[in-house]
Design a protein around this ligand. Structure first.
Ligand SMILES: NC(=O)c1ccc[n+]([C@@H]2O[C@H](COP(=O)([O-])OP(=O)(O)OC[C@H]3O[C@@H](n4cnc5c(N)ncnc54)[C@H](O)[C@@H]3O)[C@@H](O)[C@H]2O)c1
Length: 262
């Protein structure tokens, strides 16, 4: 058996033009899949050409655009085996006491309704035995002050994942999501989100960012037939963050307390 092979699998990766999505596209191609990169960015078309995959310009927040993406791939190849609902955005830190609903709506349009759209048309067109993967975040387990909108959007992704896993299990379609800690992609350096970047090197026991290739490797495993008995899961890839604070963080706190006592 060729372990973790994706040979002959037809796959779609949304937000495939950058960061984690792009690494996932590359990883799936290396494993033998035929991949369609879907992204809102025009620049992604060039990147897809270089990588040797199809490209369909898609806005995941627009239902018709997602319907077109999934129908087009299905009609070109006659099936769809793997759908990765990965496109996502972040917004500048904003306390709940300052919540601007328009900002929430823009964020939810991509992070939540983008996944709803993917699950709606993914459910209709994915083959029996297929795989749907969603990108949540370690924020789904809580995060810093000011990240409320993003936390809520990623909690929704976890919830939708579990709901879809239950609804699609009778067709052996597996649905899982991953919850990465800060990944070293353009999103990690977004303006207005400096807290996470500043502290993440001391908060996680492994004391560094996740590389996009490391998260893409997890997607590869989850997409493969070797992973047939996992569904409905939110899988953390967080350098140990959920297990507990790092020794460096504890040292910082103890040092701070010591200084306070003097
Ligand atoms: N970078 C991190 O620290 C981090 C941590 C945890 C989870 N995530 C999640 O990982 C996913 C990928 O993020 P990334 O870090 O690779 O970011 P990125 O900004 O590098 O890539 C995101 C891609 O999504 C595309 N995109 C944005 N809006 C879109 C839309 N409406 N329709 C289609 N495509 C759209 C962008 O053009 C871009 O190519 C996101 O869901 C993000 O929330 C990121």
């Amino acid at each position: 058996m060729n372990h973790f092979s994706l040979k002959g699998k037809i796959a779609i990766v949304t937000g495939g033009g950058s960061g984690l999505g792009l690494c996932t596209v590359k990883r799936f191609l290396e494993a033998g899949a035929v991949v369609t990169m879907a992204d809102i960015s025009e620049k992604a078309a060039e990147i897809a050409k270089t990588e040797g995959c199809d490209f369909i310009r898609t806005d995941v927040s627009d239902e018709a655009s997602v319907e077109n993406l999934i129908k087009s791939v299905h009609s070109k190849y006659g099936k769809l085996d793997i759908l990765v609902n990965n496109a996502g955005i972040i917004m500048p830190e904003q306390l709940l006491s300052d919540a601007v609903l328009e900002d929430y709506k823009k964020l939810f349009a991509v992070n939540v309704y983008g996944v709803v759209n993917g699950l709606k048309y993914g459910s209709k067109y994915i083959s029996d035995g297929g795989v749907i993967l969603n990108t949540a975040s370690n924020s789904a387990n809580g995060d810093y002050a000011g990240y409320g909108a993003y936390i809520a959007s990623k909690c929704a992704v976890v919830g939708l994942t579990k709901a879809a896993a239950v609804e699609l299990a009778h067709r052996n379609v597996r649905v899982n999501c991953i919850c990465p800690n800060t990944i070293d992609t353009p999103m990690a350096y977004a303006e207005g989100c400096e807290t996470e970047l500043a502290v993440m090197k001391v908060t996680a026991p492994l004391a560094r960012m996740c590389k996009p290739e490391e998260a893409a490797a997890l997607y590869h495993f989850l997409a493969s037939d070797d992973c047939r008995y996992i569904t409905g899961e939110d899988i953390y890839i967080d350098g140990g963050l959920k297990a507990g604070p790092s020794t460096q963080l504890i040292d910082c706190i103890l040092k701070g307390l010591g200084e306070e006592e003097q």
